[in-house]
Design a protein around this ligand. Structure first.
Ligand SMILES: [Ca+2]
Length: 279
């Protein structure tokens, strides 16, 4: 046996080293997951975290027939299922639904929120007639989260998808800021979190949000949001998109741990338009 080439039993040292490397990466990912998971207990919060999760039921665990504090489900493109990241529940969006059937279902739900969805009709390649290739599917939190002037926020979500090899899925999460002007709700800014390379394994995506830097004006006067709303969005390609642990937390940016700083330093680049991926 060549001892320079062999490690434990017959396992080459190079593979052992690679495994050790993967183990280190796995530990780092767990550390980041812990770092982004908001602690609701004020006394146990890390010093960089200035609030608990401001999105009620962002973990999708509470509810009866649908998750509390979130919009209704249509049972055709939106589902609440026990396939969450932590073994609990999550929301799944399926965009591989015929657009015509999806549109009919939205009308039906509006008329009768208790109505049952009919079986999904088959869709055929290239699937341009699906909801994925047209409207896409939004799923909204019903919460209005009050803005604290000058605050910086960490926006994060866990996602996985039915993406196969060589495919790229990039769903979005938006955090939109609003104010009421002359009795009307006006959207005056938004943070767009692009969930790049969302594949079959759960992955945490996050970004920092600085509403004080938004440049909106109303009647030429700088406008600040009064409150935020969060929306999940999936579109092309047609497939399944699981979401869990939606979180918005006020942070002290100067005290962020290095791994979070690194994650949030990634520039938010939009994906290529869907047309370009339709080869
Ligand atoms: Ca969950």
């Amino acid at each position: 046996m060549n001892h320079s080439m062999k490690g434990n039993g017959d396992m080459p040292i190079s593979i052992m080293q690679r495994m050790a490397g993967q183990f280190t990466i796995a530990l780092a990912i767990i550390a980041v997951m812990d770092a982004t998971a908001p602690c609701q207990d004020r006394d146990k919060r890390p010093d960089w975290q200035l609030s608990g999760n401001l999105i009620p039921n962002g973990e999708f665990e509470k509810g009866d027939r649908q998750p509390d504090n979130w919009q209704g489900l249509d049972g055709l493109s939106t589902f609440w299922i026990p396939e969450g990241r932590d073994g609990g529940r999550c929301v799944m969006i399926d965009t591989d639904v015929l657009l015509t059937q999806w549109q009919e279902r939205q009308k039906e739900i509006e008329r009768d929120p208790d109505s049952k969805a009919s079986a999904r009709l088959p869709t055929k390649p290239p699937k341009y007639d699906t909801v994925a290739g047209n409207d896409g599917v939004h799923y909204k939190s019903l919460a209005h989260v009050t803005y604290r002037e000058g605050a910086v926020y960490l926006l994060s979500v866990d996602c996985r998808t039915s993406a196969q090899k060589n495919a790229t899925f990039t769903p979005f999460m938006w955090c939109r800021g609003y104010l009421t002007h002359r009795g009307r709700e006006r959207r005056i800014g938004e943070a767009q979190l692009y969930l790049h390379d969302a594949g079959p394994e759960w992955k945490t995506h996050c970004m920092l949000m600085h509403p004080s830097k938004w440049k909106s004006t109303i009647n030429d006067k700088p406008a600040q949001p009064e409150y935020f709303k969060v929306v999940l969005y999936a579109y092309w390609p047609p497939g399944k998109y699981w979401f869990d642990n939606v979180s918005l937390v006020e942070v002290d940016e100067t005290r962020l741990p290095p791994e979070l700083k690194k994650m949030t330093a990634q520039p938010q680049r939009p994906p290529e338009p869907p047309g370009k991926s339709r080869k």
